[in-house]
Design a binder for this molecule. Structure first.
Ligand SMILES: Cc1cc2nc3c(=O)[nH]c(=O)nc-3n(C[C@H](O)[C@H](O)[C@H](O)COP(=O)(O)OP(=O)(O)OC[C@H]3O[C@@H](n4cnc5c(N)ncnc54)[C@H](O)[C@@H]3O)c2cc1C
Length: 445
């Protein structure tokens, strides 16, 4: 059987390793960090992610779906906190539809342990990829002793994240397109601890949002009763990371802007200054393959901002789409590498744009009356005519509709709803047969 090198044992790399091992390839996985499998993850900081339908689907052929579900906390909707501390709830989808809060460390560790069970997978931790030779399909690494080591394989997969070394080499080839765009906003994580008895301080089965127009705070629950909260905030201006320089400034800002959160959060300023401020980047490139032997997947191919909770889901979906295509191509790896890169690229572009658009929705529109009415009308049409109208959020989060198709459908729905909402008496007649018919007619055109 042929040899595969996977560079990067993060989320996509671990799942891809399992799926390729299942196919019988000799898989060598190289990761620059130490071995996560032996690390005790209890206590300390916890970073969590929202895992949804697309991600879960990829975990199924990898045989880990049930195990991962057992470490997830379902979140059935958004719980919005206004400036006075009033709460409102918006379901994400139908009654039983939820996105799932999962610890990144625990998820990655379990995926690695599952991959370890395959005899044809070997791991090389503390191996940082420095470069690859695209002609000979050789990857060059620096190991933990600072030695240079090289490995050659039939195929190389780069799942080494947003600042991929594999992609860096591909960027030096002719006609390779690349763009990297940073938001003017960054983020900072803040851990809201559990109550003394280990219970959650906020409702557990929801994603909490404090939308404040130009910025927002969100919180996702952890199993130990804590919440990982993230402040998405401008770098510059007033207020901004730059303007909050002292503990007093931080306390004053949180007290006046997120008062109910401030009441719950001990040692806020310590936590605020202890944790780094990190940037948010969108990376696009084309093509994702080099010939029929090298391919980048996950963030290496399409790093996106986190506002749709889809970066990991898209990366996992890369793995399942690749696996399905390989099966459909009777295990013709070379054909699959080329086809996958062409097929999946428009989906990567679509989710990148959707994620950017969703920042405005999350930080601003979720608290807007007309936006809420729009959602109410859409949900009514979805309930009555599910075959004709699925809201964009549901298409992205609870379906396997390709992102590019969801994006186009979403654009059409937006045009229809803009027109519906522009009617001056829409507040009064939103629930009428007339409005329903207007939407159905517009869909037929
Ligand atoms: C604040 C924030 C919140 C997010 N929330 C969500 C969410 O709720 N839901 C969601 O779906 N997504 C979310 N994401 C996105 C998600 O984290 C990424 O899309 C996902 O981690 C991509 O997986 P990956 O395997 O491609 O890359 P990574 O998980 O980054 O893994 C890359 C791996 O490659 C290794 N590596 C890097 N360079 C080298 C090298 N030179 N040599 C060897 N190894 C190397 C790294 O150490 C790492 O282990 C969020 C992202 C951020 C920043």
């Amino acid at each position: 059987m042929k040899d595969i090198i996977i560079v990067g044992a993060g989320l996509a790399g671990s799942v891809h390793a399992i799926l390729m091992a299942k196919k019988g390839y000799n898989v060598k996985v190289f990761e620059r960090r130490p071995d996560l499998r032996n690390v005790e993850l209890k206590g300390g900081r916890s970073i969590n992610l929202a895992l949804s339908t697309r991600g879960l689907k990829a975990l199924e052929p990898a045989g880990v779906k049930e195990e991962i579900e057992s470490i997830c906390i379902p979140m059935y909707g958004r719980k919005m906190h206004d400036i006075k501390g009033n709460l409102t709830f918006q379901s994400y989808g139908k009654e039983d539809e939820a996105i799932n809060s999962v610890s990144r460390g625990d998820l990655n560790k379990r995926l690695l342990l599952n991959a370890t069970e395959y005899k044809n997978v070997s791991f090389f931790f503390n191996h940082k990829c420095e470069d690859i030779d695209l002609k000979t399909n050789t990857a060059h690494f620096i190991d933990e002793h600072n030695n240079r080591v090289s490995h050659t394989a039939d195929y190389i997969f780069g799942t080494d994240g947003a600042f991929s070394a594999v992609r860096l080499r591909m960027m030096k080839t002719d006609r390779f397109d690349f763009s990297q765009t940073y938001l003017g906003h960054g983020y900072k994580e803040i851990l809201l601890p559990a109550n003394e008895d280990g219970t959650h301080k906020l409702e557990k089965n929801a994603l909490h949002i404090w939308p404040r127009g130009q910025y927002m705070l969100i919180a996702l629950p952890n199993f130990d009763g804590s919440y990982t909260c993230t402040l998405f905030f401008p770098y510059e201006g007033e207020p901004s990371f730059n303007s909050l320089q002292t503990p007093e400034a931080v306390n004053d800002f949180f007290k006046s802007t997120f008062p109910d959160f401030y009441e719950l959060m001990p040692d806020l300023a310590d936590e605020y200054f202890k944790n780094p401020t990190a940037s948010l980047v969108t990376v696009k490139c084309n093509p994702w393959n080099h010939g029929n032997k090298t391919l980048i997947m996950g963030d290496a191919a399409h790093a996106i901002v986190p506002f749709y909770g889809q970066g990991m889901n898209a990366s996992f979906e890369d793995c399942s789409v690749f696996y399905e295509m390989l099966e459909a191509n009777d295990d013709d790896m070379e054909k699959t590498i080329v086809e996958f890169a062409a097929k999946r690229k428009p989906d990567g572009d679509a989710i990148a744009q959707l994620a950017l658009d969703n920042y405005i929705e999350m930080r601003d529109l979720v608290a807007d009356e007309s936006f809420l009415l729009r959602k109410k009308i859409e949900n009514k049409i979805y309930e009555k005519h599910p075959e004709k109208w699925m809201p964009l959020y549901s298409q992205v989060t609870f379906s396997h509709i390709p992102y590019s198709v969801a994006y186009e459908t979403g654009q059409k729905q937006k045009r229809i709803m803009d027109k519906i909402m522009s009617q001056p008496d829409i507040k009064e007649k939103w629930d009428s047969q007339e409005v329903e018919q207007q939407i159905l007619n517009a869909l037929d055109h």
